[in-house]
Design a protein around this ligand. Structure first.
Ligand code: CIR
Length: 249
């Protein structure tokens, strides 16, 4: 498996966030934490390609939002936040060396953080960032996938803020977020007080989780995963978590 990631720019201190962080983002610490994330991907057997930071785009580390990759085809998105639209070209150029690229145009918007694939289903969060034209384009580009729209309550930035896939038929889901019946999958429930840890990156028998969430760590260890806990304080100040820092394919 390969991953595309992107360095953290110094302008990351101006990244989007729904609420101003209680302490400013420290870009030096953010880079150290990003390095730990990349090391965890490599320890999970992933070959990582790292793109240079783009100072003009403070949120460029959150590459997940710029593409949805299924079975060797990458749909390059139009991120819902206008300030992030310019992030996609460098991603498209890097992916085009490896896989087929298709585009999203017109009024369609979609953030990759709203797309969760479990088996042959892509659950798509109808969020403030992803509109119906974006979902329609996703459905058109991946005709063999079942696309299910999930209405997100206000306050949830992306679908994968509260749930992530763990293998082909299992997923993590934060308690008190979305109804478990929404999903046709085996669910590992994450206690509400550990909601942030419901965003995890699973690669085979490895899983990368945010550190500081002992119940989630125990649940994943009990489920048989090798768990890599990584620090996330700085990306969290910019409403980021773990899946958003890579594109896996
Ligand atoms: C944003 O608001 O777009 C970024 N500050 C955070 C994006 C996080 N992306 C993700 O969870 N997929």
């Amino acid at each position: 498996m390969r991953a595309l990631v992107r360095e953290i720019p110094t302008s990351f201190t101006r990244a989007l966030s729904a609420q101003a962080p209680t302490s400013p983002i420290d870009p030096v610490l953010a880079r150290a934490q990003h390095a730990a994330y990349v090391a965890a991907l490599e320890a999970s057997g992933v070959t990582v390609e790292t793109l240079r930071a783009d100072e003009a785009h403070p949120d460029c580390v959150f590459v997940e939002d710029t593409a949805v990759i299924v079975d060797g085809v990458a749909l390059i998105t139009q991120p819902g936040a206008p300030s992030r639209r310019g992030e996609t070209e460098a991603i498209a150029a890097a992916l085009a060396k490896q896989i087929e690229i298709v585009r999203m145009t017109g009024d369609a918007t979609l953030d990759g953080g709203d797309c969760m694939r479990v088996g042959n289903t892509i659950y798509v969060g109808a969020s403030a960032r992803t509109n119906s034209a974006g979902v329609a384009r996703l459905t058109e580009v991946f005709p063999r996938m079942r696309v299910v729209t999930v209405w997100l309550p206000a306050g949830i930035l992306h679908l994968k803020c509260v749930c992530t896939p763990i293998g082909e038929s299992r997923m993590l889901l934060a308690e008190s977020s979305l109804a478990p019946a929404t999903f046709d999958a085996d669910i590992i429930r994450i206690p509400a007080e550990e909601t942030y840890a419901a965003n995890a990156v699973a690669v085979g028998s490895h899983v990368i989780v945010a550190d500081g969430f002992p119940q989630t760590l125990d649940a994943l260890s009990t489920a048989g995963f090798t768990v890599h806990a990584v620090p996330t304080s700085e990306v969290r100040k910019a409403d980021g978590s773990l899946t958003c820092q890579s594109l896996l394919y």
